[in-house]
Ligand binder design. Structure first.
Ligand code: F2R
Ligand code: MG
Ligand code: MG
Ligand code: MG
Length: 310
């Protein structure tokens, strides 16, 4: 495996933050939307991003600081970064507050839901984990699951994180849509993902993008991993050669968990096309854009060092 380009690492992180921030006003019901109209801007008038980007930055900063996956460090960072105003999932919010109060993540991650959460909160932060694990092919799944299980112990959430990590690492190394789908068919085991992967593949082979209601009913648009990850993957691959904002429009039309579907699709699109291809006028209005770029550059340095030491 080669080293992932610097511009593609930045594209992944910035594409994720942009998809998140552009989608956030459309997530949830009337109450959540009204709330976001009040808190969705920074004091400088920039578009705020949500938990999806915060947790991705936590993972990135932990990898940079530790040089490896350190689950206890990750748990501390997730808990320290938690703010109600970032729109975390209800279970995730309770779990992170438990860790902050001192409960070990190994028990907190089953304290809210007995089998762990099957929300998409692990998948949404997994693209950068895919970059890190790309150089360790035999341990790829184990590494991705280590980052996911801190908050999402349920097999469906772990599987969603694998889908996103694998797709991100492959697309960033220039793999074709066909090659990405073949890799996913080989690795993805669980039926709710396999069935949706098959539909996505048929649509990609056919070429034309279905209507938003068709995408919603066949692939899903909810906060669960099984009903959002393949939707985001499909959008990223279908719009790979088209403008980012066209993909974003379709994510908004699909509706439901728009910030997260937009974040995952945005991370994959950005990993494929690089930061230079992202819409500049939108980036100029994005919260903490230069902090995200700096984190991406540091992550790229870690990936390059990892590659050199192999
Ligand atoms: N949660 C939001 N936005 C709030 C608006 C959503 C709206 N009201 C709606 O429900 O459509 N955004 C952020 O949350 C998602 C990521 O969530 P995460 O981190 O996975 O959180 P959580 O709480 O663990 O899971 C989400 C919900 O899924 C249900 N659930 C999960 N596991 C379950 C289980 N084992 N048994 C039963 N239910 C389970 C619960 O309802 C959880 O609260 C992203 O969209 C992010 O943007
Ligand atoms: Mg969110
Ligand atoms: Mg932090
Ligand atoms: Mg969401």
């Amino acid at each position: 495996t080669a080293v992932i380009d610097r511009d593609r690492v930045a594209g992944c992180l910035l594409g994720l933050a942009l998809g998140d921030a552009l989608g956030a006003p459309y997530e949830g019901g009337p109450i959540e939307r009204l709330l976001w109209r009040m808190i969705g801007r920074t004091s400088h008038g920039e578009m705020r991003w949500t938990d999806d980007t915060q947790m991705t930055l936590d993972v990135t900063e932990s990898l940079i600081a530790q040089g490896q996956i350190d689950q206890d460090d990750l748990a501390r960072r997730f808990a320290a970064s938690y703010r109600w105003s970032r729109g975390y999932g209800a279970g995730a919010a309770r779990l992170l507050r438990r860790i902050r109060r001192g409960q070990p993540w190994r028990s907190a991650n089953r304290a809210i839901f007995a089998n762990g959460s099957y929300g998409n909160g692990a998948a949404m932060r997994s693209a950068v984990v895919g970059f890190y694990a790309a150089h360790q092919p035999t341990e790829f799944t184990a590494r991705v699951h280590q980052v996911a299980e801190i908050t999402h112990a349920h097999p469906l959430a772990l599987e969603g994180s694998l889908v996103v990590a694998l797709a991100a690492s492959r697309v960033a190394l220039g793999a074709s849509n066909e090659a990405i789908l073949a890799a996913l068919r080989e690795q993805v085991q669980l039926a709710p993902f396999r069935a949706r992967l098959e539909i996505a593949q048929q649509w990609l082979e056919r070429g034309a993008v279905p209507s938003a209601p068709e995408i919603r009913s066949a692939l899903g648009n909810r906060v669960t991993a099984a009903e959002s990850c393949i939707t985001a993957l499909y959008l990223a691959l279908a719009y790979r050669e088209r403008p980012f904002l066209d993909m974003q429009q379709q994510a908004i039309a699909v509706g439901g968990d728009v910030d997260t579907i937009g974040a995952i699709a945005g991370s994959l699109w950005g990993a494929a096309r690089g930061a230079a291809a992202l819409p500049e006028t939108s980036l100029a209005r994005l919260e903490a854009c230069s902090q995200i770029r700096a984190a991406a550059d540091q992550l790229h340095k870690l990936l390059a060092a990892q590659y050199d030491s192999k």
